[in-house]
Design a protein around this ligand. Structure first.
Ligand code: SF4
Length: 227
């Protein structure tokens, strides 16, 4: 196992949290903080998880009242509860909830982050904002050398991953779609798509717990170092 030093990831997290590259998103992370009961983190949200992760769970953008409030990826909103409960069922999380940054949650073999680390208005980052933040994904993955699968939550996260990975034309999105990068920042990395575990998708049963469990199981199997 080639696990990067935790200090590398901590130093990177500090650099990410200080980023002000996107003026519109700097404004929106503070605007979101003013609409909810405080306190809010209101800074870019670094990834979170196990430095030895083999599966990286990628969302499109930080949630305004989830990660932007709590300062931890996929924490403190209904999407986080759905995702982390599934990671727990898969043995990748030590508990089924992700409530706040001090709740003691530990991931085993998994990492969670968003392609865009600040909350864009209407959850729609611009192409330039996605491009600006792509460097943080590259840097974080460089510090996570064992990651073999990028599990992309939702079509927009999938498209962000395709663009980041230099996939031209973009591979078609579908729940369960796969594409292995042949170039870009991480050749050999496998992209795997899932419907987003949003309340809208889970309430409508577009994404059932069984479907989420199955796609996470596929990610774990594909990322396994054992043949
Ligand atoms: S979205 Fe990314 S690049 Fe833009 S300010 Fe936030 S952390 Fe920086």
């Amino acid at each position: 196992m080639r696990v990067a030093g935790t200090s590398d990831l901590e130093a990177l997290a500090a650099r990410i949290a200080d980023c002000t590259a996107c003026p519109r998103l700097v404004a929106s992370r503070h605007a979101a903080a003013e609409t909810g009961p405080g306190p809010y983190w209101a800074r870019p949200v670094p990834g979170f998880g196990d430095p030895g992760a083999r599966v990286h769970v990628l969302g499109l953008a930080t949630a305004p009242h989830g990660g932007n409030r709590t300062g931890r990826a996929f924490t403190g909103n209904p999407t986080a509860d759905t995702l982390v409960a599934a990671l727990h069922r898969a043995g990748l999380a030590d508990r089924p909830t992700s409530r706040h940054a001090g709740d003691g949650l530990r991931l085993q073999g998994a990492w969670m982050a968003s392609a865009v680390r600040c909350p864009p208005p209407d959850h729609r980052p611009t192409r330039a904002e996605r491009a600006a933040c792509a460097g943080w994904l590259t840097a974080e993955l460089a510090a996570l050398p064992d990651v073999a699968v990028l599990l992309c939550l939702g079509r927009l996260a999938w498209e962000a991953a395709c663009d980041w990975g230099g996939v031209r034309p973009r591979a078609r999105f579908a729940h369960g779609a796969e594409h292995v990068l042949t170039g870009g920042p991480r050749p050999g990395l496998r992209l795997l798509a899932s419907y987003h575990p949003s309340p809208q998708n889970t309430r409508s049963r577009r994404l059932t717990p069984g479907m989420l469990d199955a796609v996470i199981a596929r990610a774990v199997a594909a990322a396994s170092p054992d043949p």
